[in-house]
Design a protein around this ligand. Sequence first.
Ligand code: UD1
Length: 427
Amino acid sequence: MDRILIRGGHRLSGRLPISGAKNAALTLMPCALLTDAPLTLRNLPRLADVDGFGHLLNQLGASTAIEGTSPQDFGRTMTIRAGSLTSTEAPYDIVRKMRASILVLGPVLARAGEARVSLPGGCAIGNRPIDLHLKALEAIGAELEMAAGYVKATAPGGRLSGGRYRFPVVSVGATENVVMAAVLAKGGSVIENAAREPEIVDLCNCLIAMGARIEGVGTDTLEIEGVDALHGATYAVMPDRIEAGSYACAAAITGGSLELVGARAADMQATIDALREAGVTVAETADGLSVEAGAPLAPVTLSTAPYPGFATDMQAQFMAMLCLGSGTSVLTETIFENRYMHVPELARMGADIQVHGRTALVKGVDRLVGAPVMATDLRASMSLILAGLAAEGETAVARVYHLDRGYERLEEKLSAVGADIERASDG
Ligand code: UD1
């Protein structure tokens, strides 16, 4: 299995390109299931999860054609055409490996009148149920049946009715699923307490480009008027705000300065505010965002929250950065119950972190020391990369497949701005 080897202590500087957003890509790709016409997505990141989602679409009967395969290119263009669906099932083997597979439920149900999707089961960052996806779909007319680890959803008479649903808890994925299903319903739908993440705005804009009627985009109330059919479109995936935030932390933790080319400040204000609070200088440039470390990093108090709050997907990277800050930072995780798996690994590198329930107290230390480490999810893995960039000596991050799910050509991007980082294959 591959490992990433980092010899720390190099100040990063230069321009670093930001890829298309993983989480936007994974909700834009299933939109292709809603029409028999082609959907062309530009700026799709080259990631294991995007490839995996492509395979799932193929299993459902969609064709996927990729352009822009030159190794120098970041991003690709993919044209997906679901002329007709040959299957309406997302099997256990695929959903188990990639939780986002659940996002075919809404579109397949809306297009084919039925869908069968495996329940995802446990996940490394806690118990992540899909009850809200199911309740929202039920509210717009789906009938549900659970059997043998699968949920079967049916639209009576072949088409969803539309309806009203208020989420009791904000859910990104469940909002995406119900929006994708409601656009082809017979009637209108109102979704209240909807997630407002920029990736949901991207989803709505793509659906509108395909002929959907959606009002309230970017707010917590989405009003959707169902249409009889959608057409094809060409749509560019938004820049990855989490990747940009992660590399901003890389600049800060190494005392460096990076221009994040293509980053969009408007999507990541909470991250920018938190960086500034830590003493990092962040400014918009013509091409993206510039980030320059201030020394020393000041302690911050942060709590994760749905957008526009501070993203849970940035918590682990901030924690790594704040390990080398002055004073004690206080981080509270409110979205997922088990998202501190990076803490013991950071501690092995010399970090001083105490976890009390959902809150972590991060006491700044003078130095981190490289070590062999591994993490069990994507953002936790990135926090170990960040710690390794600043640590003395060598850090070997195992389980690289987590990073390959969410960071396009990580070691290439980081070595181009001065990091001493490489991928080592253990054969
Ligand atoms: C998405 C993102 C993930 C991010 C998360 C929160 C993708 C592919 N993944 O995940 O990177 O960390 O948003 O910003 O876009 N919940 C329920 N029942 C449900 C659904 C969710 O109880 O049916 C709970 C979850 O356990 C969690 C909270 O709601 O505590 C928020 O989860 P949600 O927003 O749904 O996250 P995902 O869409 O899975």
